[in-house]
Design a protein around this ligand. Structure first.
Ligand SMILES: [Zn+2]
Ligand SMILES: [Zn+2]
Length: 286
């Protein structure tokens, strides 16, 4: 029996419809919900959350592991337990929307973790044990395996804001390591910032939030602007949202652009070396 508010019925209906959609990703890796990710891997944990292990440093993007998203949409994939991320050292928050910043999830991270976020996100993180560091575009955070640089996203920064701007209220992140440069777009519309990231950082791998803001057409243009690096497609799979119903179509349209991309199942893990060749052996056309 379905109970709850009328709004939650929408989520339940989405869940039923999504259960009829064939899985687009691969196969989750073992008991990924409780065990530490393997070294030098990308682990997709649903929606905009992934865990990157870079030479032993755990970096998590936009973790939201709640059973419901904003009391509206149910989680339809398993979520990791704290034991899977208790060794994470850095969390990257792209902006304050509820599908990216969930204080209760962030409260489960170790006090040894540092949360990097745009400035409008800082007031929503007063209850977490982790250290919170607000960043503006251009600011950097150095970790043992490399450097994280905050870059603009063209998206609202406020919790409930709908006014998209590239004013630093919402961020993307460039993770530059010895072997490769990974760009997490955050949520963003298509904007000139992609060309700026390409010119300055030349990413080898893009973690791309494909959604209503950056749909197949915009995403294909963005990847072209970035120099056509491989892309891991994110912003799907964890919750039964209305946009998750549209996501398979966006993915199919994006695939027709011919870009190299990876579509991982929630819980699936890939060695970083399988997603992008280390820079030392990669031919870069300049
Ligand atoms: Zn958003
Ligand atoms: Zn989002």
């Amino acid at each position: 029996m379905i109970s709850g508010t009328p709004c939650s019925w929408i989520g339940a209906a989405c869940a039923i419809l999504l259960s009829a959609v064939p899985s687009l990703g691969g196969v989750p890796n073992g008991d990924w919900t409780t065990t530490d990710p393997a070294p030098n891997t990308l682990n997709f944990w649903g929606h905009a959350a992934c865990y990157l292990d870079i030479e032993g440093t755990g970096i998590v993007t936009d973790p939201v592991f709640a059973p419901w998203l904003g009391h509206l949409f149910p989680r339809i994939a398993p979520a990791p337990e704290p034991s899977a991320y208790d060794q994470a050292q850095i969390v990257l928050i792209s902006h304050a929307h509820r599908d990216h910043l969930h204080p209760a999830t962030l409260a489960t991270f170790s006090p040894a973790t540092v949360i990097l976020c745009p400035m409008p996100s800082v007031p929503h993180l007063t209850e977490v044990a982790a250290r919170v560091q607000g960043l503006v575009p251009g600011e950097r955070w150095v970790f043992p395996g490399g450097t994280i640089i905050a870059v603009p996203a063209h998206h609202p920064g406020g919790r409930n804001s709908l006014a998209a701007q590239a004013d630093g209220g919402a961020l993307g992140y460039v993770i530059a390591t010895r072997e490769r440069t990974i760009y997490y777009t955050g949520d963003t519309e298509y904007f000139p910032g992609f060309r700026a990231v390409a010119a300055k950082y030349a990413p080898d791998l893009v973690l791309l939030n494909l959604n209503a803001h950056l749909n197949a057409t915009g995403a294909a243009r963005a990847i072209q602007d970035l120099g056509s690096p491989p892309a891991v497609l994110m912003h799907h799979g964890a919750y039964a949202t209305l946009n998750d119903l549209r996501w398979p179509r966006w993915r199919t349209d994006f695939a027709q652009a011919g870009t190299i991309h990876f579509d991982l199942a929630v819980g699936e893990s890939r060695p970083l070396a399988q997603l992008s060749a280390p820079r030392a052996v990669r031919t870069v056309a300049n």
